[in-house]
Design a protein around this ligand. Structure first.
Ligand code: PBG
Length: 311
């Protein structure tokens, strides 16, 4: 009765990896308990989410090798892996929301989120044009929310404009506004196969972990450009940012408990250093206490099951 904060399955977004061919069904080595799913299996996960009361899933494709290129053109194909997964999900379980990432890293041969010049430096403005087209392709496939995770400047305005012109005024933009250049993304890059390809670092476009005020400027920009909600990422090391964003802006703010955070808890539990379920639930309530509206977490189905059992 006196608890100041509550956590429910409705606060969770479940990130899922989609694959095809021989990668479908393969476990992600650095994320124990997480697999890349075929489109059929993704639909099963969608039903599982619905039954557990999880309102939304986030999709990330492990694009087949031969479809990756310097310009990431596969991102714009209406028939690409993630578009087929979105359509299958919206067909089978329309009541579960689908969030689709906007960024080129699962499609580029160099693993960067955008187009790069000969020196490997990301080209902001040319990338923004491609991202707007990618968002359009995702919206046409049926995505309820598009989530630009690329950190280019000006992309939210370009995406919003593109969606409006094509009659997708009701597709939301959840902007990865405060996304840090983090060492905690390793297992994710493993899962989508971009890590071993990555040349250089993403620190020219992702944020410096030393900066907090800058996160507020990034959020202000994305909101001014038309974002409906924002993401702070990673999660646990950035609870102060969640709190500051929440206090400054009255918009939904989501925390992304990223792959490396999931892996840390799993590794600690496997080493006997703590009780996994308890660590998961404590971290999730901490996100809520810090002010997060909801949390993107690979532990979503586990947490939802634990919450149901507790009831
Ligand atoms: C890429 C993207 C990344 C994540 C989500 N979208 C990785 C990156 O920026 O390199 C990371 C998520 C995670 O680690 O769980 N645009």
């Amino acid at each position: 009765m006196f608890a100041e904060t509550r956590l429910g399955a409705a606060d969770l977004i479940w990130p899922l990896f989609v694959a095809e061919g021989d990668r479908a069904g393969s476990p992600v080595g650095s994320l124990p308990g997480v697999s890349r799913w075929s489109i059929d299996a993704i639909v099963e996960r969608g039903r599982e989410a619905r039954d557990l009361g999880i309102p939304c899933v986030a999709l990330f494709p492990d694009t087949p090798r031969d479809l990756r290129s310097d310009d990431g053109a596969e991102a714009l194909s209406p028939d690409n892996l993630v578009c087929r997964a979105i359509a299958a999900l919206k067909d089978a379980v329309p009541e579960v929301g689908v969030l689709a990432d906007v960024a080129l890293d699962p499609y580029t041969s160099h693993g960067h989120d955008g187009l790069v010049d000969d020196d490997g430096r990301v080209l902001n403005d040319r990338t923004v044009e491609v991202l707007a087209l990618q968002a359009l392709v995702l919206a046409r496939a049926g995505a309820d929310i598009v989530a630009p995770s690329d950190m280019m400047d000006g992309r939210v305005a370009a995406i919003r404009g593109m969606l409006e012109r094509d009659g997708h005024g009701d597709v939301q933009i959840m902007a990865y506004a405060a996304k840090y250049a983090s060492a905690f993304y390793g297992p994710f890059r493993d899962a989508v196969g971009s890590g071993s390809r990555l040349k250089g670092s993403k620190s020219t476009y992702q944020m410096d972990p030393a900066n907090g005020d800058e996160a507020l400027r990034e959020v202000a920009m994305d909101l001014a450009e038309g974002a409906d909600s924002v993401i702070v990422k990673p999660g646990l090391p950035y609870l102060d940012i969640v709190r500051r964003v929440r206090e400054r802006f009255e918009v939904p703010v989501f925390a992304y408990a990223v792959s490396g955070e999931y892996a840390m808890i799993e590794a600690a539990a496997a080493a006997g250093a703590g009780d996994r379920d308890a660590m998961v639930m404590e971290t999730l309530i901490a996100f809520r206490r810090a002010g997060a509206t909801g949390v993107l977490t690979y532990h979503a189905p586990l947490a939802a099951r634990l919450l149901a059992e507790a009831r």
